[in-house]
Design a protein around this ligand. Structure first.
Ligand code: FAD
Length: 519
């Protein structure tokens, strides 16, 4: 019988970079992989790239990397490992763009599946009353944007950065400034094709195999590998433009009241986000800022005279022939807000340019060698009822002097989110996403170094726990089974049942470190 072990394996991990070479006792099992009939291929050497991710803090070397050319390549491989049961210690991690932060897309001594190799499967756009696009699980959102725009359509819900794979963001949630209205990306999916931890290929949706469908969405890769997704679309004319607005506040309470007001109505902006401007900023603070120098949207550069400021960011989509109406609508919406009057920054850019905005900063940082530094990010979901306590202590004390990167903060409506998925959120109608997107200066022992930032992150987490703010981590990372159990709360039992049903040997996504394979 199959036994599922829950794990404490990470308790001995150091926070420092950890590189562990594969053991050699699995040679026979590895050579058995070479006999599998595949359209793609395995590589057994030079796989160091698969031991890296965006976080750049954890490095687990796999024994092999599969470059699949077809879905059967993935199912054949997983079925082979499943059938070996406890005779093999091999685990399998799907690797999208590896923009994970703590090794979640890695497999220590296991098999990493390079999902981008599946991109060869063509995207299919279906027009009609309920338009959708069918894509491979390894497809990048940026490619989906360009392909769907050719048909005058686009997905409804995005992430701030589009060079991520569909399988990667759907395993988490996919949250951005549209999520208050449409829910996260996981709530805008009609159908998935999944390869389970038993190697079975299953099509699932709200109507068909719905338990697996809900399990996989936000399921941290624990129940199956997403090989295809059917994503719902909305109208987005090819020539679409956006009005992009930023305004500043010096009082958190007024800022958050305005944000909550904007997301409470249907007649509002298409996108609502915000960020905190800490007066003294770290070296790498500007990666999220992508406005040109003369543009009034240089809100981030606004002289804050030593104060902490809060920037509300809003966007309205429009067609070029609707400029006048759009201006009237935005003026009306802005007239209800209480920002500092002299701080209205606005510009117009194309819809695609707006959605791909972070890539501009990525290219700049890459050119300076600053994209591949350690990223000790911390993403939290904080209930509306405790956000002011959070802001007072965190922005008013813990990160008052310095921040090591952008701090995003914006509310969303739980009522627009599907509560059947595996995603864990606070138990309140409105909650905030607060993202500390820190970059560390390599080898620095100062306030811009990794240890310092991790200590600050821990202070924030400790405060949330002691003050009982009802916080849940987004892109969660925990060290013990107890912490995972607390994270899932009442959902833990279901999560465990689903793991036994769909991945009983705990083969999949070992880098999340929730379960350990029984051997
Ligand atoms: P990976 O890191 O490759 O994988 C993530 C997890 O999913 C791993 O456990 C992996 O094994 C599993 N996985 C990967 N592919 C599949 C698959 N096909 N089937 C099943 N499991 C799979 N998130 C937001 O919600 N909103 C944002 O605005 C946002 N902005 C970001 C900006 C940047 C610059 C970065 C680096 C990250 C951002 N993220 C954001 C976080 C991002 O959504 C997650 O890190 C996501 O996992 C990245 O996708 P990926 O393709 O790189 O996944």
């Amino acid at each position: 019988s199959c036994i599922l072990y829950e794990t404490n394996i990470c308790s001995s991990d150091s926070l420092d970079t950890l590189t562990v070479p594969p053991r050699s006792n699995s040679t026979n099992i590895l050579s058995s992989l070479e006999t599998l009939p595949l359209d793609g291929y395995f590589s057994f050497e030079n796989n160091h790239h698969a031991a890296r991710d965006f976080g750049n803090m954890y490095h687990f070397l796999p024994s092999a990397v599969l470059h699949p050319k077809s879905v059967p390549d993935i199912s054949t491989t997983i079925r082979h490992i499943f059938q070996m049961g406890s005779a093999s210690e091999l685990t399998v991690a799907a690797r999208g763009r590896a923009h994970s932060l703590q090794g979640q897309a890695q497999a220590h001594q296991g098999i990493v599946i390079s999902m981008e190799s599946l991109q060869a499967l063509e995207m299919q756009v279906h027009t009609g009353e309920m338009p959708y696009v069918e894509v491979s699980g390894g497809e990048l959102w940026i490619n989906i944007l360009h392909e769907t725009l050719k048909h005058g359509l686009a997905p409804k819900s995005w992430t701030d950065y589009l060079h991520l794979t569909v399988g990667g963001t759907l395993s988490n949630a996919g949250i951005s400034g549209q999520a208050f209205r449409h829910g996260p990306q996981i709530d805008n999916i009609y159908q998935l094709e999944v390869v389970t931890g038993k190697g079975e290929v299953v099509t699932c949706s709200e109507k068909q195999n719905n338990d697996l469908f809900h399990a996989v969405l936000g399921g941290l890769g624990q129940f199956g590998i997403i090989t295809r997704a059917r994503i719902s679309l909305e109208l987005a004319p090819k020539m679409a433009r956006v009005k992009w607005i930023r305004v500043l506040y010096s009082e958190f309470s007024i800022f958050s009241k305005d944000q909550e007001h904007l997301i409470s109505s249907e007649n509002t902006f298409d996108y609502v986000e915000g960020f905190v401007i800490i007066n003294r900023t770290g070296l790498l603070n500007n990666w999220g800022s992508s406005f040109s120098p003369k543009d009034p949207l240089q809100a981030r550069e606004f002289s804050s005279d030593g104060r902490t400021l809060y920037c509300l960011e809003m966007v309205k989509y429009f067609n070029p022939d609707e400029t006048k109406t759009m201006n009237q609508i935005t003026e009306n919406l802005l007239s209800k807000l209480s920002y500092i009057p002299s701080t209205l920054f606005h510009s117009e850019v194309s819809y695609a340019e707006f959605l791909d905005r972070v890539h501009v900063s990525e290219k700049k940082l890459q050119a300076k060698g600053l994209w591949e530094v350690p990223h000790p990010w911390l993403n939290l979901l904080i209930p509306k009822s405790t956000i002011s306590d959070f802001a007072k202590e965190v922005f008013g004390n813990i990160v008052m002097e310095t921040s090591n990167g952008p701090i995003l903060i914006y509310p969303v409506n739980q009522s627009k989110w599907n509560n059947k998925t595996s995603l864990v959120t606070p138990d309140e109608d409105v909650f905030y996403l607060v993202a500390f997107l820190s970059s560390a200066v390599p080898y620095s022992t100062g306030t811009d170094g990794l240890e310092h930032i991790l200590t600050k992150n821990k202070r924030i987490l400790d405060f949330c726990a002691t003050a009982q703010l009802g916080m849940k981590q987004y892109l969660p990372h925990y060290n013990t089974r107890e912490e995972w159990q607390t994270h899932f709360g009442s959902l833990w039992k279901v999560f465990l049942q689903r793991k036994s049903a769909y991945d009983p040997w705990a083969i999949l996504a070992p880098g999340q470190r929730i379960f350990q394979k029984a051997i």
